[in-house]
Every structure is written in C-alpha cells, then in structure tokens.
Design a protein around this ligand. Structure first.
Ligand code: G3H
Length: 248
C-alpha cells in the first residue's frame, strides 16, 4: 500500500511570518493523518519552517538544488546545504525550471543522483507541453524524461523516488487534466518503471499528479488507481485550501 503524498509547491510566494503561521494552522488541524504532507518552500523559508514544523507531520522541501557539492556557482544551493537547514524533500526538474532556467534531462539526472547520495528525498517532475500533447507525443516525451532521470539509479533508490506528472498545459491555467487523462499517463509512467526495474519497484513507487489541483477535484484525482498524491501550486497557498487537499 503506497502512502499518499500531498505536496504544496509555494513557488516564489510567502514570507517567513506568513509561512510560520501557515505551518502552525495546518499542523494544528492535521491530527494523525495517513497522508504524507510536504511543503515545498523558497530557500529562505526552509530553516524557519523546518523549525516551526518540528514535532508535526509537516515536512519541508526545497524547490531546486545544484548537483555539485560546492564550487563557483553563484546563486546556487547544494543538497548538503538544504539538509543542513532541515529540508527532507527536494523538487527536481519542475517544468518552470526546465522552461526558465535551462534545466535539462541531464541535469535532472545529476540532481536525482546527488539528492539520493545526500539523503534528500526527491520529487522528480515530468510532463508534456500543450504542443507536444496536441502533436500526439505525450508518451514519447514522458518516456524520454523518465528514462533520462533514472539513468544509473539503483532499483532501491528508484523505489524511494517520488515522480510528479505535471502536464505543462495544466499548470496554473485552471485547465486540469481529467482524472482519466492523468491516470492514463501515470499508468504509462508506472509501466516504464516496471520495464526498467520490475514489478516490485513499480508497485512501490509513488507517482503524483500536478496541474490545477483544487479542493473540488482532488478527490476524483486521488481515486485513480495509479495516482498516489498531488503536487499543488496555487491551491496550496491558503491553509484552508491546503487542508482540504490533504483531507481529500
Ligand atoms: O508544482 C505545482 C504545479 O506547478 C501545479 O501548479 P498549479 O497547482 O498552480 O497548477
């Protein structure tokens, strides 16, 4: 049985004060949730929110990292630096990183290896653009991204990796993939994992859907057999809304 994982991706939103108040409010309402609850926050919020989340089920994630340990990489942050300030998860290869910051399949793979080596739990994103979907290349795009990401990753570490399928056309647009569309691609991703690693790993791996997930569509999405969670942007910014997602 795979444990559901609901992750809020705050992108470039929130402050230390609003973030701490958010964690306090959400943690107070969570109780003994069966869901893994993750907040992917800006770098500057990782330490204060990790402290605020201590003793609660809330886990704090970074939204990106560099694949080198240290060096002349102005503006970058390493995996060990993220661990040092309390991050437990890290998002790798979000489409906004791919689109605006030259993230490639190759750097996604290097980051995945480094995250695992450092003991950070990776959430690796993949997903096609609208043009790619309309051209009928969704599966080949996702196949390329997933195979490249997992190049050289052992079965044990693959099983511990979370994959987030996020069709780019559904991100922040209000245009959600239907639950059936999301299920179809996520089942395909699971079949790719099975082909590479076998049954056990593909059954163990958690795969999220992301793209305009909201309180009113989360249940339908989570009811799909291969969907184990959601990676949520806009609807994760308000405690009430985020709690509704966690309590799908
Ligand atoms: O990482 C989250 C995704 O980009 C989805 O964002 P959204 O829920 O605002 O569409």
């Amino acid at each position: 049985m795979r444990k559901p994982i609901i992750a809020g991706n705050w992108k470039m939103h929130m402050t230390i004060e609003s973030g701490k108040a958010f964690v306090k409010e959400v943690a107070a309402s969570l109780g003994d949730t069966e869901v893994e609850v993750v907040l992917c926050v800006p770098f500057t919020l990782i330490q204060p929110l990790s402290t605020a989340a201590e003793g609660t089920p809330v886990k704090i994630a970074a939204q990106n990292m560099h694949y080198e340990d240290f060096g002349a990489f102005t503006g970058e942050v390493s995996a060990d630096m993220l661990k040092e300030v309390g991050a437990t998860y890290v998002v790798i290869g979000h489409s906004e990183r791919r689109q605006y910051f030259n993230e490639t399949d190759e750097t996604v793979n290097l980051k995945l290896k480094k995250a695992h080596a450092s003991g950070l739990k990776p959430i690796v994103c993949c997903g096609e653009t609208l043009e790619e979907r309309e051209a009928g290349t969704t599966e080949s795009v996702v196949k390329r991204q997933v195979e490249a990401a997992f190049e050289g990753i052992s079965p044990e570490l693959a099983a511990e990796t979370v994959v987030a399928y996020e069709p780019v056309w559904a991100i922040g647009t209000g245009r959600t993939a239907t639950a059936a569309q999301a299920q179809e691609v996520i089942a395909y991703i699971r079949s790719l994992v099975e082909a590479k690693y076998g049954d056990e790993v593909s059954e163990e791996m958690r795969i999220q859907y992301g793209g305009s997930v909201k309180p009113d569509n989360v249940e339908e999405i989570m009811n799909e057999v291969d969907i184990d969670g959601a990676l949520v942007g806009g609807a994760s910014l308000k405690p009430d809304s985020f709690l509704s997602l966690v309590n799908f």
